[in-house]
Design a binder for this molecule. Sequence first.
Ligand code: ATR
Length: 277
Amino acid sequence: MTDITGATRVAAVIGSPVRHSLSPALHNAGFAASGLDWRMLAFEVAAGDGAAAVAAMRTLGIAGLAVTMPHKADVAAAVDELDPSAAMLRSVNTVVLRDDGSTLGASTDGPGFVDSLAAAGFAVAGRRVVVLGAGGAARSIVAALGAAEAADVALVNRTPAAAEACAELAPVARVGSTADVDAADLLVNTTPVGMGSDGGLPVDPSVLRPDLAVCDIVYHPLDTPLLAAARELGAQTIDGLGMLVHQAVYQQVLWTGRAPDPAVLRAAAETALAARP
Ligand code: ATR
């Protein structure tokens, strides 16, 4: 790893809480593996201060921001320009400080999700998908599934209005029910059910089948009760680190123009996760 000098480029992740963010571990491993003189730090930024953080980025010359809760919408409103998917979602997880001092906001979660499926050997085009949940992560995923030409995306959420709003993000998306799982090729959990020690399943496991691939975007724990139940049936399972890693690959491309090896980022994330209590 290169020494930090006056020429070192700085990226930052902003969020609240941000202390447990895996972004610094992932990105610093990627920068080092690519031989780039870049570092990422984490900044705790209070709710409501997202626009101030973008202004600080310009003032300080911070070259890239990764944006997490609760700032994604505020930052989308504060940057100079949005890429098409960030504009549609009104949500930004990546900011690039361009050479002319202007800021570009992007949303890499959805493309990262689709890439994580592809890396696991699951091609989205023509497939039927059920998405559980309709929050920010689901919205990115649904827009990206539409762009990747899924045949059908059924949204299942405890609050119907959120599912209806989410369904507007892709022509193939619609409000559905767990009955749609029967004809689906892929089930995606975007709810927090199964996170930490809650041990819960976001859907009755009786709907799982050996030929239904299952992806859980929860990655703490990496092996959620949903993934464990699917694997027990012999189904293909895709864990949540894939999306985190592949969205970070897109972030580094936007900031540095170089694509890091996803395996390097994944190894760093696994090490950081293993060190968690
Ligand atoms: P994120 O931005 O990470 O996607 P979010 O916006 O809080 O997180 O969205 C979480 C999603 O999980 C929401 O769709 C939420 O349902 P509501 O729209 O009804 O709030 C869903 N969710 C959260 N907790 C849940 C639970 N215990 N059971 C079922 N769904 C849950």
